[in-house]
Design a protein around this ligand. Structure first.
Ligand SMILES: [Zn+2]
Ligand SMILES: [Zn+2]
Length: 247
């Protein structure tokens, strides 16, 4: 109680600042983006694909399956993201820039407010789903050494803390290094990821309902391959949660 009061007093004395433009954030239930920056972020909203969570451009109508999910049903039950990830042409977009600072600028402290946005944005979707465990998408050890941390683990810790769910980053491993996906077509991405993940035999996932966490959902090839490994190992269902997704 004292901690809460102290927190509020500190917010009043030193209001949090926008992680993008450093504007003070006053009177907002928000600790990451100011009003102006928040307004530039397009949230994922209905109607969307009931499986991969892709929002449809036509805002009328109901949620339904998208073409790619109909053609190649993924191994995960459903995927959801908080916001739409702006393309490369929007280099100074608040969400893109803050996520880049977090990942490549090693600003680990950004993981907490970003993880909170992700937990808030995906909570409606998971209402009534009783999840057992949160598993972050792993990085290959070489990339982990180079970057120093796995952004998906940091986001997963925050989501787990808010939802009071266990987080285990030692279940899923990247057993093979994969070339960057960005230049590849969708079919090639799928092939590129085949067999890239393996499971820790000491940590059975039989019958577990898993939330798989990553920062950005692009083609879905990575999370789909993780889901394949988890389902093969006997997981009951896999739900994918990301902070953002490309549209
Ligand atoms: Zn701002
Ligand atoms: Zn879909």
């Amino acid at each position: 109680m004292l901690g809460v009061r102290l927190g509020r007093a500190l917010d009043w004395l030193y209001p949090p600042r926008c992680r993008f433009c450093h504007e003070r954030i006053i009177g907002q239930d928000e600790e990451c983006f100011c009003h102006g920056c928040r307004a530039k972020i397009r949230l994922v909203s209905h109607p969307l694909c009931t499986t991969c969570g892709r929002p449809f451009l036509d805002a009328s109508g109901e949620d339904h399956l998208c073409g790619p999910c109909l053609m190649h049903p993924p191994y995960f039950r459903a995927a959801r993201a908080w916001a739409c990830y702006p393309g490369e042409e929007h280099r100074d977009h608040p969400l893109r820039e803050v996520l880049q600072r977090f990942k490549y600028g090693r600003r680990v402290s950004l993981g907490k407010p970003l993880g909170r946005l992700m937990a808030q944005g995906c909570s409606e979707f998971l209402t009534g789903q009783s999840l057992d465990i949160i598993i972050p998408v792993p990085l290959h050890p070489r990339r982990l050494r180079w970057r120093g941390f796995n952004q998906a683990v940091i986001l997963a810790w925050e989501v787990g803390r808010l939802w009071q769910l266990p987080v285990d980053p030692f279940i899923l491993f990247r057993s093979r290094e994969t070339p960057p996906q960005t230049q590849l077509a969708e079919e090639e991405r799928r092939k590129n990821m085949r067999g890239a993940f393996s499971l820790n035999p000491a940590k059975p996932v039989q019958g577990q309902r898993v939330a798989l966490v990553d920062d950005v959902y692009t083609s879905g090839a990575t999370v789909n391959e993780c889901s394949r490994a988890l389902m093969r190992a006997g997981a009951k269902e896999v739900f994918v949660l990301t902070l953002a997704r490309t549209v």
